[in-house]
Ligand binder design. Structure first.
Ligand SMILES: NC(=O)c1ccc[n+]([C@@H]2O[C@H](COP(=O)([O-])OP(=O)(O)OC[C@H]3O[C@@H](n4cnc5c(N)ncnc54)[C@H](O)[C@@H]3O)[C@@H](O)[C@H]2O)c1
Length: 247
């Protein structure tokens, strides 16, 4: 489904981002993953290369909240692969502290990665997409971008911003054949969820009509669809992948 396409995936070293990288590789894309540390990027590249020896992959570890570093890394991918067709802004962190205990520095940290880094990736890739006569951006949002969450206000705030950025950019860039969408996963079995108290995961999972949490592969499938030509007229949407969760 992604033959001859080049994709950049931030936070591609584990969890949902790794599943997206695998899925894109299986569908014949060339893939660059951006992670937070050189070491985790190398480990992910080794794992991918062992599983998919024919794959054409690259890994970099820019500070995603620093625009110059993101621009440099995007240009490195462009130099190596000759083009970029897809940008997946997936890296993200969460926090659960109630407002009185919420450290203002942690609020800024969440905004820096979950929002500013998304802006940085989009800004760096748009000139390349324009030269290419089109492209596709997919941002990882969250179910909390629709109705917030009961504690840890920074995370849902950041994901509301991701939806706003997605919808606004889709309108700004539509005329250049650049599609901008987001995927809003529900509770998905990754390290992010493993770090939450078991009692909380069970309570949230019990409210999912489909009766279970999602698998990273199930979320990655939505990214594949939106990245592919099957979604050629879909832009500005936030696609829920959450087992029908409503709140
Ligand atoms: N797991 C869930 O239930 C769930 C639900 C909704 C949305 N999401 C979103 O999915 C995305 C991926 O989350 P996940 O569940 O796979 O989490 P994860 O913790 O397993 O993976 C997070 C990824 O982000 C990267 N990352 C973290 N900090 C970084 C930094 N400072 N710089 C660069 N990369 C950094 C990590 O290297 C990793 O690849 C996030 O945006 C998250 O908000 C997850």
């Amino acid at each position: 489904m992604l033959k001859n396409k080049v994709a950049v995936i931030t936070g591609g070293t584990r969890g949902i981002g790794y599943a997206i990288a695998e899925t894109f590789i299986k569908n014949n894309a060339k893939v660059a993953i951006f992670g937070s540390k050189q070491e985790t990027v190398i480990n992910a590249l080794i794992k991918l290369k062992n599983t998919y020896p024919e794959s054409n992959i690259l890994g970099l570890a820019p500070n995603l909240s620093n625009y110059s570093e993101v621009e440099f890394s995007i240009n490195e991918v462009y130099k190596k692969f000759g083009k970029i067709d897809i940008l997946v802004n997936n890296a993200g962190i969460s926090a659960r502290e109630p407002i009185e205990q919420y450290n203002p520095d942690d609020f800024k940290k969440i905004m820096d990665l979950n929002v500013t880094a998304v802006f940085n990736g989009c800004k760096a890739v748009v000139p390349i997409f324009k030269e290419n006569n089109g492209g596709c951006i997919i941002n990882t949002s969250s179910m909390v971008s629709f109705y917030g969450q009961e504690s840890g206000v920074g995370y849902p705030t950041s994901k509301f911003a991701v939806n706003g950025l997605t919808k606004s950019l889709s309108r700004e860039l539509g005329k250049f054949n650049i599609r901008v969408n987001a995927v809003a996963p529900g509770v998905t079995r990754t390290d992010m969820v493993a770090s939450l108290p078991q009692e909380m995961v069970e309570r949230v999972s019990s409210t999912i009509p489909m009766g279970r949490m999602g698998e990273p592969q199930e979320v990655a499938n939505a990214f594949l669809f939106l990245a592919s030509d099957l979604a050629s007229y879909i832009s500005g949407t936030v696609l829920s992948v959450d087992g029908a969760k409503v709140q």
